[in-house]
Write a protein that binds this ligand. Structure first.
Ligand SMILES: CC(C)(COP(=O)(O)OP(=O)(O)OC[C@H]1O[C@@H](n2cnc3c(N)ncnc32)[C@H](O)[C@@H]1OP(=O)(O)O)[C@@H](O)C(=O)NCCC(=O)NCCS
Length: 198
């Protein structure tokens, strides 16, 4: 049995999920410096061009080659613009389980891109890679991410109390860290609709 994901691209109705490329660096920097990304995720802040280059050329590649997961740049099929990223991570090859983390660029939100991309990645993980469970962990206050999880068919399983740190903007422009609960969601092969979600 293989213990790393193959280098692949996934095409949906409106999107292409593929490995990051050097040309994605400027759009990745812009996307990761968005306030909601700073608030809800653990990416470095400020997110510099150096962070992006390191992720594109080293970090995201190692995720795959070292068997931890796979990182997709999500691009619009028609314009080839970077609309987001889906990261399948924390892979357990014996249990065939993984976790999904995702970001959609501010300009592309609310169009169903996030759910379309996560649905496509999950379908590939189950159908092509024979996985049996995909987990999503959302901060308790992250309504958009919870809506996305529900839309792709996830079931909410419970709460990990005090398990995460979110960042809050302060009036002086700095960010403070606040502990929060995490909601655990899971998606199994039988939960997923074969029709594309959008
Ligand atoms: C969470 C995130 C990826 C959602 O991406 P998106 O492309 O806007 O999501 P979708 O358009 O597919 O929306 C999915 C569902 O969530 C709902 N939704 C989206 N944004 C919402 C918001 N701000 N508040 C409430 N619901 C929201 C949509 O209405 C949709 O449900 P519906 O079709 O039943 O109406 C995006 O907001 C984001 O990048 N946030 C910052 C990073 C982050 O929080 N990542 C997740 C960490 S767990």
């Amino acid at each position: 049995m293989s213990s790393s994901f193959p280098e692949i691209a996934i095409t949906t109705e409106r999107l292409v999920l593929r490995a990051f490329e050097d040309d994605d660096v400027p759009a990745l920097v812009e996307m990761m410096n968005d306030e909601l990304v700073t608030a809800w995720t653990s990416v470095p802040h400020p997110y510099t061009e150096e962070h992006a280059r390191d992720w594109v050329h080293r970090g995201s590649v190692l995720e795959r080659t070292e068997g931890r997961g796979i990182v997709f740049a999500v691009t619009e099929f028609l314009t080839q613009r970077l609309v987001g990223t889906v990261h399948l991570c924390n892979t357990d090859w014996r249990c065939r389980t993984a976790e999904a983390a995702y970001v959609v660029a501010p300009w592309a939100r609310g169009e169903g891109y996030g759910s379309e991309a996560v649905h496509a990645a999950a379908q590939w993980l189950f159908d092509d890679q024979g996985f049996e469970r995909l987990e999503i962990r959302t901060a308790a206050g992250n309504t958009a991410s919870q809506q996305l999880a529900q839309k792709v068919g996830c079931t909410s399983e419970g709460v990990l109390r005090n398990a995460w740190i979110v960042r809050q903007p302060e009036p002086d422009g700095s960010w403070s860290e606040v502990r929060t609960d995490l909601i655990v969601w899971s998606l199994l092969p039988e939960d997923i609709e074969s029709d594309p979600v959008r």
